[in-house]
Design a protein. Structure first.
Length: 725
């Protein structure tokens, strides 16, 4: 190896290492003087790639310098299985990456000879204009030594690929001397790479910058890169601690933790702990002390624990075992789902996610936080490894997480330590009523009693069943998870006011929902789960004397579709939280029609199922809780019409001629009840809102016309056509 001149490189070429470097420069993840369009790469390309050779020749001017990131000598080894190609020209294309069946010692030696011959061709073409970085060869030795491979008598020697042997056999080449780094503790030098393919970490990129652009030797460049990286992380850790007001203890199992631990090494991890960010992942890294030793210096009681869990999986049992705390402690700690947050970026690159740390036997925490990430926060490849931007993104997130075993209020939402959210704000003053600071007025109580009485009178006049449902607010059912005491329930107050003669016509299911086997509420939603809605539906049918056991079982069997979403409460939080739940996936035939417009009061839903087991028309007056039950009701009744309103509108009884009437409201709407006598005509709601576009879609208009004039010939023809379609 000869001394290099002082010219800075104008072009860098290599395999996927160069591609990543190019994109990181483009997205300003990695600093450096060379623009991204002067970094050229091809994934899995060998040093004898004709494409890389020709493109370098075309792009490099006479007075410019080239840096060659020499690829893994095994790249393209499939050529050794192809007799015709092996006998062809030395520089050629068509062979990329590593073919496992060609990974033998004999083939390794053939590939080494071919690569050395190709390096001579590069030297003949570029001479002193080229510098060579044997990054992959150097990385192989680091990873092998970390794994204890190819070591005899405490000396490393690979059967074919050895850094010192290869570089000293090419004295005419200007080779960047990385050998001094091999004298340092090997688990420390591992910080230069994010994976076993030797893709550079932030420390690695900064080291290369120091050597190639600033003229530093490898050891000096390494120390500067480490100091820069550690300094940035220490300053961030100190900022987080100042915000949270206690140290953060990061644990769990995620590729994000793997990369952070690798980037820091043992010395960087210790410095970060001193600054208030303690790393104690379940997958122990080289040089990392056992968790029991970490806890002696940083007891859990003095820290804010945060879990990073691949796929948002519930690691509570594993964490309880490893940390030796009381069972259940970790269920109340924040969980960040890094891996799921990377899926979109991976798929946009045409790859299929393949995460290292997700296991089939662990359930997913519905409250796991999935951050929004830019694509450049995620390294290339299917495993979702974080770039430097990705590492910083999660660390910045730590300052805004729900804290410890406390609860906190974020706008209109109360969020508990185990990430169960309760609505406490909006126009209904939920928290004030729940804490007893406000109570319903006598006028409101009287209006509710009068409404039930008049509605029941209409039902008796029509000789049809009637039931009112008070859908309980979440805190009325999950009262053991609501942290504020004493807890007052509006439903209890109004039920105490109901005339005993009418009480059988009002369903207040709060206490019965407490004992359901499946959770009746989602963690981050004000609404019932589909299991909760099904439980209420069973109570409703029992109250009016309808036996639909087979249909109810069918509904329960179809609550199987997994979905992850924010929920109406999770969406109000900063940062937003996500939940995962099971939704109804109907396998019965229904036709559904919905009125146009984005308003609430005045909305109409029509469900038709001629094959349903109960040939009756059900008319609902209510809010979103009824609307979320429509598919379930459609499995049982041939016609379901839902009118979004807080009142019963008598004119709609005359129009629709229902067989059953249900009215209902969310418990929080009991904050102020208005008599039905004050209601406007239902059909006027859109007009009263001054809606600019009152046009109805043809299919909805036909259905709406039919159900509001059920005895007309056109309506009979419509129902006949839907039954035969």
């Amino acid at each position: 190896m000869r001394a290099s001149d002082t010219r800075m490189p104008s072009l860098i070429i290599g395999p996927s290492h160069a591609i990543r470097w190019k994109w990181h420069r483009r997205d300003e993840v990695v600093p450096g003087p060379l623009p991204s369009d002067r970094i050229l790469g091809q994934g899995g390309a060998p040093i004898w790639s004709r494409r890389l050779f020709d493109e370098s020749s075309a792009l490099l001017a006479d007075d410019e310098q080239l840096v060659i990131m020499v690829p893994d000598f095994r790249f393209g080894n499939g050529i050794s299985l192809d007799t015709k190609a092996s006998a062809g020209p030395l520089l050629q294309d068509g062979f990329l990456a590593i073919t496992p069946t060609a990974m033998t010692i004999a083939h390794d030696r053939v590939m080494l000879e071919r690569s050395i011959a190709a390096l001579h061709i590069w030297h003949e073409r570029f001479g002193s204009k080229a510098r060579y970085v044997f990054w992959c060869l150097f990385g192989r030795q680091v990873h092998d030594r970390m794994a204890g491979k190819h070591i005899e008598n405490r000396q490393y020697h690979h059967p074919a690929f050895n850094y010192y042997e290869v570089t000293t056999s090419l004295p005419e080449l200007d080779i960047v001397d990385l050998a001094p780094l091999l004298s340092k503790p090997i688990h420390d030098i591992r910080r230069l790479f994010i994976d076993s393919s030797s893709h550079p970490s932030q420390v690695g990129y900064l080291l290369l910058n120091g050597i190639l652009f600033d003229g530093l030797d490898a050891l000096t460049a390494y120390e500067r890169a480490v100091a820069t990286t550690e300094g940035d992380l220490v300053r961030l850790a100190e900022k987080i601690r100042a915000t949270v007001e206690k140290p953060i203890l990061l644990t769990g199992r995620s590729v994000w933790l793997d990369v952070l631990m690798t980037t820091l090494g043992a010395t960087g991890t210790a410095k970060l702990a001193e600054s208030g960010l303690i790393l104690a992942p379940l997958n122990r890294s080289p040089g990392q002390p056992p968790i029991s030793e970490i806890l002696r210096t940083h007891p859990l009681a003095s820290c804010q624990p945060v879990v990073i869990a691949a796929g948002g999986q519930d690691l509570s049992t594993l964490l309880d075992e490893n940390f030796g705390n009381a069972p259940g402690f970790w269920r109340s700690q924040p969980v960040i789902d890094w891996e799921s947050a990377t899926e979109a970026a991976i798929r946009r690159r045409g790859e299929t996610p393949n995460f290292l740390h997700t296991t089939a036997n662990l359930v997913v925490r519905p409250d796991a936080i999935r951050p929004d990430l830019p694509d450049h926060a995620v390294e290339q490849g299917p495993q979702g490894m974080p770039s430097w931007t990705g590492l910083i993104a999660i660390l910045n997130l730590l300052s805004n997480l729900p804290r410890g075993t406390d609860w906190q209020i974020d706008g209109e939402v109360l969020i508990t330590a185990n990430k169960v959210a309760f609505l406490i704000g909006d126009n209904h003053s939920v928290l004030k009523f729940a804490t007893g600071k406000m109570t319903p007025t006598r006028a409101s109580l009287n209006a509710f009693r009068a409404n039930i009485s008049s509605r029941l009178a209409w039902a008796k006049k029509l000789e049809i069943p009637y039931l009112h449902v008070i859908f309980p607010d979440k805190q009325s059912v999950l009262s053991d998870q609501f942290p504020i005491r004493p807890l007052h329930r509006l439903g209890d107050v109004y039920m105490a006011e109901i005339d005993p003669v009418f009480s059988s016509h009002v369903l207040w299911p709060a206490d019965r929902l407490k004992h359901e086997r499946n959770s009746p509420f989602l963690p981050l939603d004000t609404h019932l789960t589909d299991h909760g809605s099904l439980a209420v539906l069973q109570m409703m049918l029992k109250s009016i004397g309808i036996d639909a056991g087979n249909s109810l079982k069918r509904i329960g069997d179809r609550i199987v579709r997994k979905q992850r979403w924010k929920g109406d409460l999770g969406n109000k939080l900063n940062p937003p939280l996500y939940q995962e739940g099971l939704l109804l996936d109907p396998d019965w035939s229904m036709q559904q029609f919905r009125s146009p417009g984005g308003f609430n009061d005045g909305m109409v839903d029509i469900i038709l199922n001629p094959g349903a087991s109960v040939n009756k028309t059900v008319l609902l007056f209510g809010d979103s809780f009824f609307r979320m039950m429509l598919n379930q009701l459609g499995a049982i009744f041939t016609q379901v019409i839902c009118l979004r309103t807080r009142y019963l509108h008598p004119e709609m009884l005359t129009l629709i001629q229902p067989d059953i009437i249900f009215t209902g409201n969310s418990e929080r709407y009991l904050s102020s009840v208005i008599p039905d006598t004050e209601a406007s005509a239902f059909s006027l709601y859109p007009h009263l809102r001054r809606s600019e576009d009152l046009a109805m879609p043809e299919d909805f208009l036909a259905a709406w016309d039919a159900v509001t004039s059920p005895y007309a010939k056109k309506s009979r023809d419509f129902f006949s056509s839907t039954a035969s379609s």
